[in-house]
Write a new protein. Structure first.
Lengths: 738, 178
């Protein structure tokens, strides 16, 4: 694969986008991981029309959950799609957390980009429908009756005329011998029994009784790994600093300590349990090089970004008409600068991974969004071929993009290899906060041209920041290359690929370049500036910051034009029916223009991951403190598979977004992260959480994204409400009143 | 050697007396339901009951448990039927509160202690009892609703019958020796 082929096409969206074609199932085109052999799913005699489903002779219906569960509810919503076609209550389906398998790669096996439901809606229904037809075919042969007289109900095939019935399990072996139908007929939407209903989450009991096993729980609860040890790693105080030596004499004296060793990421302290390991780590004297980022802090990054905006010209992500001329001819030009900080993911479950090299294989138990990326980096760390690495995904205590990066898995495999025993590496909260891949910091300058009627004629958005894909690809593309490419070549290709991709990465301009408003002259310019801080995908990625910038500045333009912010949007979005529908629904439910006594309203609308969301925030400002009382959310995400789960994702996205809007930022000091734990990286709390009302704009369109689209509009909705309340336009996150 | 009662069973633990109870419970006694979130008593994921009071087990040493009664999420409700669980757990299940679920043991322990002491908590009471428990998935609106519902159940409200098949409900982690 040449970098030229890779470069133009590779955006986050194409990385995550399925190669599924409508109605034709999933075609695995490019298998980036080069997984040579597929693991066997199920056993001889199972009915398995496709890798996702096995119906066993002992009458279990097993669903292979290839998308990993981090709270977003795929553990319930994906089996629902199969169950619907089998006429089987999803609560009766056994969910297995799937291994790496070529069938699950599209083209990599990753959970992200709000794609799980959208990408699996057709293939999983087809899988269920194929099994249905094969079960019916087997029963028709057994009873010598026409297939058209048979129906599925409660996990059995029934014959209407004779009252005969047979369990799925009884028919599984015979059904497995039927040919797999290519294009089975799918149930019409009018007959859906579970799709569109709030099927209760099937993990609600285990997650309310302490039984749900996360990565950090591997090896507990009766499932023992022989001689399992716990390790903590002392990591560099600055990004890029290298270990020069260490003294572990005192650390080794701590009872329970097994060994203290140098690893690629620092010094690993291996012990019989977390506490002795952590205590001993405090006694290790590690010496580090200064590293390339010494002296770097957030203020210097911001200053460099401003210099870049002053002096450099970037790439036009969009250039409609001629903004410069529009500005010259304008009656009035307004401008503003918006500043966005770095943010940490701060999943509640800190990074962790358990690895065991034995009998020529490497088992990896890991809470991950990307099991095949884990497999690739684990193979390198284990010095084994990829097909000798068995990745066992666990439930995740949150992901939000952090767990798509496999650094913590590669580290655990290396520690386990050097330790010669199974090891669980557990990060402290401080490790997790200071060694994240952060939401990038950006600086944005905007100008809008208005004519003498107050009509907006031009819009310019210049932003400066790093490229997520461009920085990640050099580190991880090498690991994803097919195994026949020699290691040295993959490293070179990786670096070259990074350079090519950096210039074209749309993740920094998504939600900015696709400004939907009817404005004649629009220019969006992206300047690359990479200070070297590790960055990654953070729930809703570029949208998370660009929606704040764009929808706040739209509000500024509306006020400059003397228009009501809602009316301005409705007028300028006339060509976007989905935007209009969510705006109108939210405005109606929030009683726009009539906030409760002492409160003010702000509105924002944003499209991301195929869905459109409007949010209206009702806030008050008391003693200089912003208080969000209520948020009305209207979403168009196409067909809603599970309304209660979608509602939960909107609630969660709004809370996640409010933390970014009101509470937290990560700052650099001397090349390292200043924050360390929840006392200086605070999250929104119960007493700060608004009432959240979620409404759906019903669409016949196929399902689109849900996990992320609720987040982008909340920060601008709140900032716009604060402006309405105080006249202060807050252009820096987190929002702070003067 | 420190002796205490855990989930109704007398236990003797031979670990250093300054070991935080969290790690006594997880690494020493093998109970995984109590979670590690911050190690500084800042997030509430490790909340357990000490003589019925909610405490942060990551910030309390083993020595503090001597002769006391400890309850973790595993010992909160009688189970295994949903109707035998603590009203807080029943309300959590009914309301599908959990998303990732990692913080929920701590949330439920905090909520259970609240409604055991006060079966008609106000919003301010709920804020006071639960605002120290962080949830990154943002389940707070459902937690508030579930606490109210749990209090209603505690006062004798009728539970919504919920059934589940434990053999189906647990998605097994692969590759582990039985």
């Amino acid at each position: 694969m040449s970098t030229e082929q890779l470069g133009p096409a590779l955006t986050r969206r194409t990385l995550l986008k399925t190669s599924a074609v409508a109605g034709g199932g999933l075609i695995v085109g490019v298998n980036l991981t080069g997984c040579a052999s597929a693991p066997t799913l199920g056993a001889e005699g199972d009915l398995s029309p496709d890798a996702w489903l096995q119906i066993t002779p002992d009458d279990r219906v097993i669903f292979q959950l290839d998308k990993t569960e981090m709270g977003q509810g795929v553990i319930t919503s994906l089996p629902t799609l199969v169950g619907e076609e089998l006429n089987l209550d999803p609560a009766r389906i056994h969910v297995h957390l799937a291994p790496v398998h070529p069938r699950f790669q599209d083209p990599i096996q990753i959970t992200g980009g709000s794609t799980s439901i959208a990408n699996r809606y057709q293939p999983l229904r087809q899988t269920g429908a194929a099994a249905r037809d094969m079960l019916i075919g087997a029963a028709a042969e057994r009873w010598s009756v026409p297939a058209s007289d048979l129906e599925l109900e409660d996990g059995a095939v029934h014959h209407r005329g004779s009252g005969r019935s047979a369990r799925f399990g009884e028919l599984a072996e015979a059904a497995a011998r039927q040919s797999i139908p290519k294009n089975p007929t799918l149930k019409p939407a009018s007959e859906f029994r579970w799709i569109g209903q709030s099927v209760p989450r099937t993990d609600r009991v285990t997650k309310s009784t302490g039984q749900a096993a996360f990565g950090i729980d591997v090896g507990m609860n009766g499932q023992q790994l022989p001689n399992l040890a716990t390790a903590v790693v002392i990591r560099a105080p600055r990004f890029g600093a290298e270990l020069q030596g260490f003294d572990a004499q005192e650390a080794r004296k701590v009872p329970g300590v097994i060994d203290v060793i140098a690893v690629s990421s620092g010094v690993a302290v291996i012990a019989k349990g977390y506490w002795p390991a952590r205590q001993a780590a405090g006694k290790v004297d590690a010496r580090w090089s200064e590293g390339p980022l010494k002296g770097l802090d957030s203020a210097s990054i911001e200053a460099a970004q401003r210099r870049a905006l002053d002096e450099q010209k970037g790439r036009n992500a969009r250039n409609d008409g001629n903004f410069a001329r529009a500005a010259e001819q304008a009656h009035r030009v307004i401008d503003a600068e918006y500043v966005i900080p770095h943010l940490a993911h701060a999943t509640m479950e800190p990074m962790n991974c358990t690895a065991w090299l034995h009998d020529g294989i490497c088992d990896v138990w890991v809470p991950t969004q990307g099991p095949d990326i884990v497999q690739a980096v684990a193979a390198e760390a284990a010095k084994l071929p990829r097909n000798k690495v068995h990745v066992h995904s666990t439930l995740m205590g949150g992901g939000f993009g952090r767990r798509g990066i496999p650094d913590y898995a590669a580290e655990a495999v290396e520690v386990a290899r050097l330790a010669g025993r199974p090891v669980k590496v557990v990060w402290s909260r401080e490790d997790d906060m200071r060694h994240d891949f952060y939401r990038p910091a950006t600086c944005n300058r905007l100008r809008a041209a208005l004519d003498d009627n107050g009509t907006v004629t031009g819009w310019e958005h210049r932003l400066v920041g790093p490229s997520i894909i461009g920085t990640l690809v050099p580190d991880f593309l090498g690991a994803l290359m097919p195994t026949w490419v020699p290691g040295g070549v993959t490293n070179v290709l990786g670096r070259a690929g990074g350079a090519v991709i950096r210039g074209r990465d749309s993740s920094s301009t998504e939600g900015a370049a696709d400004l939907p408003y009817a404005i004649d002259h629009v220019r969006v310019e992206s300047i690359l500036h990479d200070p070297g801080v590790p960055i990654g995908f953070w729930r809703s990625v570029g949208h998370s910051q660009n929606a704040f910038v764009v929808e706040s500045f739209v509000d500024e333009v509306a006020h400059a034009a003397g228009a009501d912010p809602l009316a301005f949007r409705l007028e300028r979005l006339a060509g976007h029916p989905r935007h209009l529908a969510t705006l109108k629904l939210a405005a109606d439910k929030a009683n726009w223009g009539h906030p409760a006594e002492g409160r003010s309203q702000g509105v924002a609308v944003h499209e991301s991951f195929g869905s459109v969301v409007t949010e209206i925030a009702e806030v008050s400002v008391e003693n200089g403190r912003i208080r969000v009382h209520r948020v009305v959310c209207a979403i168009d995400c196409g067909l809603v598979i599970n309304p209660d789960i979608v509602r939960a994702q909107m609630e969660g996205s709004i809370v996640f977004g409010l933390t970014a809007a009101l509470k937290s930022k990560v700052t650099l000091k001397d090349g390292g992260i200043r924050q360390s734990n929840f006392h200086d990286y605070d999250l929104l709390r119960m007493d700060e959480t608004p009432v959240i009302d979620v409404y759906f704009v019903n669409q016949d369109a196929p399902p689109s994204g849900v996990g992320e689209p609720g987040l982008p509009p909340i920060a601008p909705a709140v900032a716009n409400a604060v402006f309405a309340a105080t006249g202060q336009r807050l252009r820096t996150m987190p929002l702070r009143l003067a | 050697m420190v002796e205490f009662e855990l989930n109704g069973v007398p236990r003797r633990v031979d670990m250093p007396a300054d070991t935080p109870l969290l790690w006594v419970i997880r690494d020493g006694l093998g109970l995984p339901g109590t979670k590690f979130g911050c190690g500084m008593g800042l997030c509430g994921a490790c909340t357990i009951h000490l003589d019925g009071q909610p405490i942060r087990s990551c910030a309390l040493p083993l020595s503090a448990a001597a002769g006391r009664r400890l309850t973790t999420i595993e010992g909160l409700g009688a189970g295994p039927a949903i109707s035998d669980l603590h009203p807080a757990q029943q309300a959590w299940i009914e309301g599908s509160v959990a998303q990732c679920g990692y913080c929920q043991s701590g949330q439920i322990m905090a909520a259970a202690a609240l409604i055991d002491a006060n079966d008609d908590p106000s919003d301010a009471d709920i804020d006071r009892a639960l605002s120290g428990n962080l949830c990154r998935c943002g389940t707070y609106p459902r937690i508030r609703a579930a606490v109210r519902r749990a209090a209603e159940l505690k006062r004798g409200g009728e539970a919504v019958v919920q059934s589940f098949d434990p053999s189906v409900a647990v998605a097994p982690v692969g590759g582990l020796p039985a």
